[in-house]
Write a protein that binds this ligand. Structure first.
Ligand code: FMN
Length: 272
């Protein structure tokens, strides 16, 4: 038992040291410019973003769409693993079937463009390899601990093992270790991994929708669709989950269904 205790402490201690060493030293080679923002422009983007249900149907040009994807791509993600995918539906037959899978709801039917935003639970190994490749091929000095973070800590945190064999061990380990010192509690099982992938993907979806507004377009996020049909239609791999489908386009005035309704902030904002 004492042997096990030591190895737990050893793992947690090495985890802490990896995390501490993963913070970069302030470097004179990296410029850290913070441009002065005009916050009223951002306020206008946020306040005028509404879920629009009726669009003119006018198609959006590729340059604009790629600008929106580029902006969405700047979103933060867990350990920078970027588990999202944006599937811009261009083929007319696929689009017609997608509209049907969205129950022909008005936003899907009238959109200029439809984008299916996917959360991937299974691409993290590939993405970590790419992070390591970019870090090691960069001329910038990689902070000590960063490579270890990606090579050791993150794979341990995300892997579930063949046939989920690691799950009960991870569960037991976190339940015991957390009484000794702060210990990452999730992701343990597949449902945690789903949450993990959807969190980062939903942030990218929101950036995408705010980018639409900043480019004088409108959007509607949709979860009203048959995910089984959409997955089959797009031939998505088993680890892919549809986070949401976003309709993009130019709004028709009747596309706004009423005023914006929000609850009292006291329900949502807490000072602790
Ligand atoms: C995850 C998610 C799924 C949604 N699904 C749908 C949908 O299927 N159809 C729809 O018309 N609106 C959908 N909405 C839009 C919400 O109804 C809308 O965001 C909410 O009523 C607030 O309105 P606002 O976006 O104009 O502020 C969805 C929004 C979110 C965030």
């Amino acid at each position: 038992m004492s042997q096990k205790k030591n190895s737990d402490t050893g793992f947690l201690a090495s985890m802490n040291s990896i995390v501490e060493n993963a913070s970069p030293e302030p470097s004179s080679s990296t410029t850290f410019e913070r441009p002065r923002m005009n916050s009223s422009e951002f306020d206008a983007v946020v306040h005028s973003r509404r879920s629009v249900r009726v669009f003119t149907g006018e198609r959006i040009d590729s340059a604009t769409m790629y600008k929106l994807f580029e902006l969405a791509h700047q979103s933060p993600s867990s350990s920078n693993i970027q588990p999202w995918e944006f599937h811009w539906i261009k083929a007319s037959e696929v689009r017609a079937n997608l509209v049907k899978a969205c129950f022909s709801q008005p936003a899907a039917r009238t959109a200029g463009e439809l984008v299916v935003i996917i959360a991937r639970k299974g691409t993290w190994r590939r993405n970590i390899q790419e992070i390591i490749r970019q870090l090691t091929s960069s001329s910038e000095k990689v902070p000590p601990g960063v490579l270890k973070y990606y090579k050791t800590l993150i794979p341990k945190a995300l892997a579930l093992g063949p046939f989920y064999i690691a799950v009960p061990f991870k569960w037991l380990f976190t339940r015991v270790a957390r009484y000794k010192q702060p210990t990452p509690q999730e992701p343990i099982g597949m449902s945690d991994l789903r949450v993990w992938a959807h969190k980062s993907t939903a942030l990218a979806a929101q950036t995408f929708m705010l980018a639409c507004r900043a480019h004088n377009l409108d959007s509607c996020p949709m979860e009203g669709f048959d995910s089984w049909r959409v997955k089959r239609l797009l031939k998505l791999p088993p680890d892919a989950e549809i986070s949401m489908i976003v309709a993009v386009g130019k709004a028709k005035p009747e596309g706004l269904y009423g005023h914006r309704m929000r609850f009292d902030k006291a329900w949502h904002v807490f000072e602790v």
